[in-house]
Design a protein around this ligand. Structure first.
Ligand code: HEM
Length: 199
């Protein structure tokens, strides 16, 4: 049987392709919402192909499962700061992915929503949900960079550099979603979910 560590690294490499495009997609929103939507429309031609999407979602499940298994089995051997940073960022990513991918699929399949920029941004425009969504997205991007920095196994300087890059990228993405870079008007159908919960 393939060892969880080998599986985790192999699937992580496959997932890195999607995640790089995904983060680039969110960075496109720094220019304008239309740039984000155009980028997503082209990227979806690949990752929304049924076979590609099924493989992607299977990779997400296997990545989280193999990571959580290592988190548990290695709990007594973990001594260094880097080992704990890798485990902590991985644990957050597993939790984030369970909520994030679940929310995207439910909104798309049950809610009939186009899960684009406005879907991601809506929660950041409704009080008090902004208190949840700001750290939720910010920490996801930072955790991703920290986790990848640790996986490179090049020591503390590389992890520090990756973390700093993660903080900058996360700040820019969240600022665009919040409407801090230019005015963002969220269409009413994206706000409805939150309005229903407040009523
Ligand atoms: C600020 C951070 C993020 C935002 C705003 C965001 C937003 C979104 C949106 C709007 C979608 C729907 C895409 C579509 O309909 O085509 C999506 C899908 C997805 N995201 Fe993210 N995401 C973020 C970070 C991440 C990270 C860090 C990961 C992985 C580590 C991730 C993994 C995924 C996956 C696996 C999907 C499902 C793709 C699909 O099957 O359609 N996301 N995200």
């Amino acid at each position: 049987m393939i060892a969880p560590r080998m599986l985790h690294r192999a699937i992580g490499t496959v997932l890195a392709v999607f995640v790089t495009a995904h983060i680039a997609n969110h960075l496109a929103a720094l220019a304008a919402v239309e740039a984000h939507v155009r980028f997503m429309e082209r990227a979806r031609l690949v990752y929304r192909q049924p076979v590609v999407e099924a493989v992607l979602l299977l990779c997400v499940v296997l990545q989280a499962a193999s990571g959580l298994r290592m988190l548990w089995t290695g709990r007594r051997r973990r001594r260094t700061v880097l080992a704990w940073l890798q485990a902590g960022s991985g644990a957050y990513l597993a939790l984030f992915l369970a909520i994030h991918v679940g929310a995207v699929l439910v909104a798309r399949i049950a809610g009939g929503l186009d899960t684009n920029f406005y879907f991601a941004a809506a929660g950041l425009h409704v009080w008090p949900f902004v208190l949840f969504f700001t750290p939720y997205y910010f920490l996801a991007v930072v955790a991703l960079f920290v986790h990848l920095g640790c996986a490179l196994r090049r020591g503390r300087a590389v992890v520090a550099l990756a973390s700093a890059a993660g903080i900058v990228v996360a700040g820019l993405i969240v600022a665009a979603l919040m409407g801090s870079l230019y005015p963002v008007e969220i269409p009413a159908n994206y706000l409805q979910t939150f309005a229903a919960r407040r009523a």
